[in-house]
Design a protein around this ligand. Structure first.
Ligand SMILES: C[S@@+](CC[C@H](N)C(=O)[O-])C[C@H]1O[C@@H](n2cnc3c(N)ncnc32)[C@H](O)[C@@H]1O
Length: 163
């Protein structure tokens, strides 16, 4: 057994485990993504610059944690923590990637998990499946009313016409 190699492997895997907390604590995003304007309606989106494996950590939905309802705010992410409604308010443009992930109702490639770091909840995007190089990172915001998501209304109108 090559113990030197084993030690290096362990160090590498420990680094991988620590990485997510490191990104959260240093308020930074990992490399492998770029932001691109898609069009005037959708605005900007996040795209991969290399393939991503299923289950990989992508980046945090970074913003201010609050228990005060921010009202209509397209950058507020609502979730439950200890049975209480909370929001990550990402309306401040801090150049982070999470706040720029667009909605895909039916075929999104990421999910969001709540993880605890430093005793506080953090929302993190993970790959739901393999994501190819150059693909847009998308998330299903939630199953809401169509008037909350006017772009979905547009898509379903086309769908009904085709049928
Ligand atoms: C959290 S922001 C996402 C980033 C946004 N595209 C930007 O450039 O700042 C949410 C907003 O993006 C737009 N958006 C998200 N998903 C969309 C989609 N599938 N089609 C059209 N617009 C979308 C809507 O304006 C929505 O209110």
């Amino acid at each position: 057994m090559d113990y030197k190699l084993l030690k290096t492997d362990l160090r590498r895997s420990n680094r991988r485990i620590l990485k997510i907390e490191d990104y959260i604590n240093s308020k930074s995003d990992r490399e492998g993504f770029l932001v691109r304007k898609i069009d005037d309606i959708k605005g900007r989106g996040v795209f991969t610059t290399k393939p991503i494996e299923k289950g990989e950590f992508l980046f945090e939905y970074r913003g201010n944690l609050t228990t005060v309802d921010p009202g209509f705010n397209e950058y507020a992410f609502e979730f439950l923590w200890n049975s209480r409604k909370c929001w990550i308010d990402a309306s401040n443009d801090d150049k982070s990637l999470g706040r720029l992930v667009n909605d895909d109702e039916n075929d999104s490639n990421s999910i969001v998990k709540r993880i605890m770091v430093g005793g506080l909840p953090h929302l993190c995007f993970y790959a739901k499946r393999t994501i190819s190089e150059g693909e847009e990172v998308t998330f299903t915001y939630f199953k809401g009313e169509y008037d909350q998501f006017p772009w979905r209304l547009k898509v379903s109108t086309i769908y009904f016409r085709i049928c």
